[in-house]
Structures are given as structure tokens and as C-alpha cells.
Write a protein that binds this ligand. Structure first.
Ligand SMILES: [Zn+2]
Length: 595
């Protein structure tokens, strides 16, 4: 195995050139690749243009023809987003953009073949390109095409976008595919292009819940930004069960970047890359393609973030100081391009953006946004597990990575098996003697589901189960909340081969009426996160099923307004025994509170 990620760079990378005054300048490659070499990275894959039939996985043929026309003759009238402005035409633009796409496609192919665990394509990450339109410096969407390549092998892909701008193109190109989860952290579309990426953009149809957006306020700063990443990336990865991770590491969120305002540091961006690396190892067998992205402080910021991203994949600490020879080589150019003085270290001091810190109101708004995104997009079983200490993302890089592939194949037929037996309550000892069947709860990995259910029961949570032979094929789980006399329904599900047989209804009835819960109230919040991760039903059908199940014994309660705005088909319902205070409400984090 190589010493670090396969580094994707070659002479073609320099041809992606909108001209000397354009912010996305190939000038970044000189200092960027120079610093990568200084930390031990050598280019190992030179991008060559992707073939038209590969671009056509996501782009329409007419658009490719238009780019080719501009490529041969850059002086035509503006068309398909190409023209004066963000995406000016230039001679050879088709070959240059197709080479960026080719770099990301070949890189993920090297990962899929098992030649390397990790690859890093700093010239890639052109995440705004749309099916038939150039946008935001991006012509062909290399990140989305790499994802499409993995999808052709039937693999599930988690895409994490850390650029300061919303990853709108990647999101749009995979919006209806439940096998791709896109997660974008960005400065809010209210203050920054492309003006999208709000919490309510959740994916469509069967893919509802696989598009996740975390719009942050200007001047967010490094620690709150990292807090948002830590609160969402691990549980979303745990629930989704990716086979490969693709991430975009635009460095334009930095405090020194001239185009945006998140006020981040290289220190935070390096830590973010290490988090993505750990998630890839824990949940995707270590398969990880990292791309670059935006970044317009091409001397002071971009090279350091490229180096820190590569070092994260090499599992190495960053050196403290930048090599003096590197600084000497680039300080003149940096001064000429008004991006000086060069810093001395790889990582910034934590107080770097201190002169422009976020206000109280905006900080509170960020906190509520992250909480809302968690409430809507993380299955209750996982968010409650984290809050109750049943599960924690340990972050350690395992020695070897073994993970059973998700059971994507058709579920076993019922054959002539007898109906499963209802077990109420399901005791820890009973659960210990059973295997948890795939897809019983909203988690792709049955081993993790079993681990969480066992921890829940040891913690005093109450469950009813459905058992067929030695397997748990259904479960309804309730956990106590900080509110006296009120439990929350944390999971309710049945393995595919036993659905539509009344098991969920029977388990829920037994849970509501069961001795184990002593007549306590039970509250359920059904959101877009509650789905079969491997073969989800269309969103309206999921809502119907939840309604049918819950409304036998539960009453609908008003949704918190922010939840209703983000996920209009969410459902809040409560089974209320006598004497429950009327002022019980669900807080945005899914827990209960007094109004
Ligand atoms: Zn790694």
C-alpha cells in the first residue's frame, strides 16, 4: 500500500484556465503541488480527458457539443452558462474540463479496484456544474461523475462537501438516487452564491432524506463549524452505510479567502479532513476520494489545505512550520498577487479570525440549524443513542477494516415459515440470543443496529420484538426522556420479508399497553430519516405507513414550526395516558420539553 493517498495531478491540470484575472487560477498549482511534494506526496495519476460517453453519465450530449464548440471557437455568443462572468469560454476548455472529470473518474476507479484506499485530486471538486449548464467556475461535474462511476458498480456513496459554497450541482445530479447521500456544509444561500442549500432540500421521492444541507451564518468560525461536522457526518454515515466516501475540500471558507465569510482556519480544515478519513475507515472500508474545490487565496491558504488534506489521508501529523525554501520560492509571487505575507505554519492559530467574530444571534441561529438538521435527517435511534451514551463515534482508525456489505440483494422469501412470535417485553437476555435481521431499523448495518439495541435495553429502554427462528425480525423501542412520565418511540420496524403482515401494529400495541412502561406517555416523531436505508419507499408512502401505524393509539400533535418547514411530511404523535400535562412539547432536538 502506498505511503499516502494517490495524488492526482499532471500537465493537463494546468490547462483549466479561465485567464489571468479569474479567481479559480491555475496559479494555485505551483505553490500547491510544491507544498504537497514538500510533505512527501508525489503525483501518481495524470488526468486525461474523460470520454464523451463517460461525461454523458450525467451531462446531456447537446451541452457537451456546446462546450466543444466554445473550446474550438471561444468567441461565440454566451450559451449554457458559458460566456462573460463566472465561466468565460477559452480555447481548449472541453479538453481541460474533461481532464478534470477524467482525473476524478480514474481516481475512484483505482479505489474501486482496490489499488489504493485513498486518492486526492486537488484540481477536482467542480461541484456547481449542472446537467446542461456551466456554473460557478465549473464546466463538467467531476465529483458527481466519480460518484456516478461508483454507482455503476452498485456501490452506495456518501458525498461530503466542505466548500464554502453549497454543493448544488452534485446534489442536483443525484437528488433522486437513494444510493447517494450528499451532505453539504456551506455559508447560507441568503448571503452567498449559489443561493441554495437550505435545510428543506432533502432529496425527492424514494431518495427523500439523502440530501442534507447545513447552511451556516457568515463569520461562523472554526469551532462551531467543526461542531456541525462532528454532529452530523458520523451519525449520517452510520445510518446510510456507504461503500465509498467522496469529499470536496474547498478552502474558500478560510478567513483570508476574498470571496466568502465563514472565517475558518486551516487548522479546522485539516481536522475536518481527518474526520472524513476516520468516517471512511469506520463506515466505508477505508474507500475515500478527496477532491479540492474553491479557494482563492492561492498562496496563503490553498497550498496548506491541499497538504493538510493529503496528510489526513496519509494518517500523518502536519509538520509545524512551512519549509523555508517553499516560502522563499513563493513569497514574491504572493506579494505580486496581493496574497501576502505567507504564514509560517501549516496550521493557523485558533484566534486567527478573532477580529471578526460572530454575533450572539447568528451563533444561536447556527446552533438551531444544526439541531434541526439532526432532528430531521438522523434516525431517532442514532441521535437518542448518542444523547444517552449507547453509541459514540470513537474516531479511532481501526487496524484492519472489515464490514459486512449491506444486504442489498432481495430479502429472503417468507416461504412457509410460521408467523414470527411476538416477544413483549424483549429482555436483554432474549436479545443476546438472537441475530438482528438486516433492515429492521433505519440503519444500513445490522451489526451496528444490534449493538445499539443491546445498549438501549441495558440502559433501561423498553422494547417489544418479533422473532422468527433465531432472528429478531421486528422491534418497537421506547426510551425514557428527561421529562417525567414521558417516553419517546425511538425505533419501529420490521425486516422486509415480514412487512405488511400486521407485526408493527402488534409490537406497537404491546409496547403502548405493556407492563414494562407503567402507563407512561409515548411520543413519536416520524421524519424523513425514518426509512429503510437500502430500499426506501417514496416519501408520501412512508408518511402514510407511519400515520396508519401510529394513529390507532396516538393523537397527532402540532409539529415544531421549524421541523414542519424543513420536512412538511413529518409527523408528531403522542399516546397520552390520563394526567399528562397539556403543555408538553417537542423541542427541536427531538427531546421533550415544557412549553
Ligand atoms: Zn485513511
Amino acid at each position: 500500500m502506498a505511503e499516502g493517498p494517490l495524488l492526482v495531478f499532471g500537465p493537463r491540470s494546468l490547462t483549466y484556465d479561465f485567464g489571468p484575472r479569474h479567481p479559480l487560477s491555475p496559479r494555485r498549482f505551483g505553490p500547491g503541488i510544491g507544498l504537497l511534494r514538500a510533505v512527501g506526496a508525489e503525483p501518481g495519476l495524470a488526468p486525461e480527458p474523460a470520454a464523451d460517453n463517460e461525461l454523458e453519465w450525467l451531462h446531456v450530449a447537446d451541452y457537451i457539443a456546446t462546450v466543444r464548440r466554445f473550446s474550438a471557437d471561444p468567441y461565440g455568443p454566451p450559451e449554457a452558462g458559458i460566456g462573460p462572468g463566472d465561466d468565460p469560454a477559452f480555447a481548449g476548455m472541453h479538453e481541460a474540463a474533461a481532464a478534470v472529470a477524467g482525473g476524478s473518474i480514474r481516481a475512484i476507479e483505482a479505489i474501486l479496484r482496490g489499488d489504493v484506499d485513498h486518492a486526492h485530486h486537488p484540481g477536482g471538486g467542480l461541484h456547481h456544474a449542472m446537467r446542461a449548464r456551466a456554473s460557478g467556475f465549473c464546466i463538467y461535474n467531476d465529483a458527481a461523475l466519480a460518484i456516478a462511476r461508483a454507482r455503476r458498480d452498485g456501490l452506495r456513496v456518501l458525498y461530503v462537501d466542505l466548500d464554502v459554497h453549497h454543493g448544488d450541482g452534485v446534489q442536483a445530479l443525484h437528488y433522486a438516487d437513494p444510493g447517494v447521500m450528499t451532505v453539504s456544509f456551506h455559508e447560507s444561500g441568503r448571503s452567498l452564491l449559489p443561493g441554495t442549500g437550505f435545510v428543506g432540500e432533502l432529496g425527492e421521492g424514494v431518495a427523500a432524506g439523502t440530501s442534507v444541507n447545513v447552511p451556516l451564518e457568515p463569520l461562523t468560525g472554526p469551532e462551531p463549524w467543526l461542531g456541525a461536522l462532528r454532529a452530523l457526518i458520523p451519525p449520517l454515515a452510520a445510518a446510510f452505510g456507504p461503500d465509498v466516501v467522496v469529499s470536496q475540500h474547498g478552502s474558500d471558507g478560510h478567513a483570508w479567502d476574498p470571496l466568502a465569510h465563514l472565517s475558518l482556519t486551516t487548522t479546522a480544515m485539516g481536522e475536518a479532513a481527518r474526520l472524513v478519513d476516520r468516517v471512511a475507515h469506520r463506515y466505508a472500508s477505508g474507500r475515500w476520494l478527496a477532491t479540492g474545490g474553491g479557494g482563492y487565496a492561492v498562496y496563503r491558504v490553498v497550498p496548506r489545505v491541499w497538504a493538510l488534506t493529503w496528510l489526513a489521508g496519509a494518517h500523518r501529523e502536519a509538520p509545524r512550520m512551512l519549509p523555508p525554501s517553499w516560502r522563499a520560492r513563493w513569497e514574491g509571487a504572493a506579494a505580486r498577487w496581493d496574497d501576502a505575507p505567507l504564514p509560517e505554519g501549516f496550521e493557523d492559530a485558533p484566534n486567527l479570525p478573532a477580529d471578526r467574530s460572530i454575533g450572539q444571534t447568528a451563533a444561536e441561529k447556527n446552533r438551531r440549524t444544526v439541531e434541526l438538521v439532526r432532528t430531521v435527517t438522523v434516525p431517532a435511534l442514532l441521535s437518542v443513542a448518542e444523547e444517552r451514551g449507547w453509541w459514540r463515534f470513537d474516531g479511532a482508525v481501526p487496524e484492519s477494516t472489515t464490514r459486512t456489505a449491506p444486504a442489498a440483494e432481495a430479502p429472503p422469501a417468507r416461504r412457509d415459515k410460521p408467523m414470527p412470535t411476538l416477544v413483549a417485553p424483549l429482555t436483554p437476555a432474549a436479545l443476546d440470543s438472537l441475530a438482528v435481521a438486516p433492515r429492521v431499523v433505519s440503519l444500513a448495518d445490522p451489526a451496528l443496529a444490534a449493538e445499539l439495541l443491546r445498549a438501549a435495553l441495558r440502559d433501561g429502554a423498553v422494547a417489544t420484538g418479533a422473532v422468527s427462528g433465531e432472528r429478531l425480525v421486528g422491534v418497537a423501542l421506547a426510551a425514557s426522556t428527561p421529562l417525567d412520565g414521558v417516553d419517546r418511540l425511538v425505533a419501529l420496524g420490521v425486516a422486509p420479508e415480514w412487512r405488511r403482515g400486521g407485526l408493527a401494529t402488534a409490537m406497537l400495541e404491546a409496547l403502548v399497553e405493556g407492563q414494562g412502561r407503567g402507563g407512561r406517555a409515548l411520543v413519536a416523531l416520524h421524519t424523513v430519516a425514518e426509512r429503510d436505508p437500502l430500499d426506501p419507499l417514496p416519501r408520501p408512502v412512508r408518511r402514510e405507513v407511519a400515520e396508519r401505524l401510529l394513529l390507532r393509539a396516538f393523537q397527532v400533535r402540532p409539529l415544531p414550526p421549524d421541523v414542519a418547514a424543513a420536512d412538511p411530511q413529518a409527523l408528531l404523535a403522542a399516546h397520552l395516558p390520563v394526567g399528562l400535562p397539556a403543555d408538553v412539547a417537542i423541542a427541536a432536538d427531538g427531546w421533550l420539553s415544557r412549553r
